[in-house]
Design a protein around this ligand. Structure first.
Ligand SMILES: NC(=O)c1ccc[n+]([C@@H]2O[C@H](COP(=O)([O-])OP(=O)(O)OC[C@H]3O[C@@H](n4cnc5c(N)ncnc54)[C@H](O)[C@@H]3O)[C@@H](O)[C@H]2O)c1
Length: 294
């Protein structure tokens, strides 16, 4: 294709442009959200369903996803459930095959399921390091590989959204070497797959949230300091370092995922959408903060 053909493949005639509501609509699309029983995953599932997608809530917590699906059905949203451990490639393949058969393909995959814990590196059991890699990295690999095969077979393209973290850029706190390693790995996977799958119009992007009080984070904070790290103190310091002066809300992440899943982001791949209230933008030494207009 020549440069001119590329340039003219999209119109700038306002009467030809899709309306914003149509760009945001996911009607007729099927979306799998992993880790959808609670936290970010549940919030993402809700927004994708609101936009019209047929959402599959996938989680190893069977009761949790069933409860979420019921809550969604009560407000008129379409959602089914799948009980799956994303580290188990056989379970993942079976889920993806079943969903693809029932929905004539899969359009969106949100790789959200993940685990986190606090351990000083020197005292970290290798099993903890391995477990975190298994869920956060190998689990994402399993789901993505199975879904990409289905997307390619159907030939309509698709959107893969990896829920990474601000830890994909740099460590957010002490005791997270294992977790930060996994999120850096997700960054590498996101970039590599954006390159490899772009020719099939499969877009691969990451959302990088800052700290949020999800059910998982609450358990971590409530556990106190079993590994000698005062997790509560860590979390207490976050808001004042955040330019927007609050923690991340699950719906902040859900809105970013909706954008990346929809036609609003049709020319975006290999991107990192940071949803952190600005915490990654730490001031240089000597920076004088605004006085607040006084
Ligand atoms: N909460 C935060 O502050 C924060 C910040 C940045 C990024 N993240 C990332 O966001 C994602 C979601 O985090 P959250 O805070 O909502 O967590 P959460 O613990 O509240 O929820 C995680 C969900 O994933 C499920 N899950 C865990 N392992 C699984 C497996 N092997 N197979 C299937 N399901 C599994 C759990 O059952 C749970 O429902 C994670 O990838 C996490 O690393 C969280």
């Amino acid at each position: 294709m020549s440069t001119t053909e590329h340039t003219h493949s999209s119109t700038s005639d306002p009467s030809q442009l899709l309306a914003v509501a149509d760009l945001m609509s996911l009607k007729g699309r099927c979306a799998i959200v992993t880790g959808a029983a609670q936290g970010f995953g549940a919030a993402i599932a809700l927004r994708l369903a609101e936009a019209g997608a047929d959402v599959v809530l996938a989680d190893r917590n069977e009761d949790g996803v069933k409860k979420k699906a019921e809550e969604m059905a009560n407000i008129g949203y379409s959602a089914t459930t799948q009980t799956v451990d994303i580290f188990n490639s056989k379970q993942v393949s079976a889920m993806v095959n079943e969903v693809a058969r029932e929905h004539q393909g899969i359009d969106i995959l949100v790789n959200n399921a993940g685990i986190f814990s606090n351990h000083y590196f020197e005292k970290m059991p290798v099993e903890e390091f391995q477990k975190t890699l298994n869920v956060n990295v190998v689990g994402t690999f399993n789901c993505t590989q199975a879904v990409v095969q289905e997307m390619k077979a159907v030939g309509k393209g698709g959107s893969i959204i990896n829920i990474a973290s601000v830890d994909a850029f740099k460590p957010s706190a002490e005791g997270l070497a294992h977790y930060t390693t996994t999120k850096h790995a997700i960054a590498g996977l996101t970039r590599s797959l954006a390159m490899e799958l772009g020719g099939d119009n499969i877009r691969v992007n990451a959302v990088c949230p800052g700290a949020a009080m999800t059910e998982g984070a609450i358990s971590l904070v409530m556990a106190g300091a079993p590994a000698g790290i005062d997790v509560e103190a860590q979390w207490n310091g976050i808001v004042e370092k955040t330019p927007l002066r609050r923690l991340c809300h699950p719906d902040d992440v859900a809105k970013a995922a909706l954008f990346l899943g929809s036609e609003m982001s049709s020319f975006i791949t290999g991107a990192f959408l940071v949803v952190d209230g600005g915490i990654l933008v730490q001031p240089s030494e000597g920076y004088v903060p605004p006085s607040g207009g006084e």
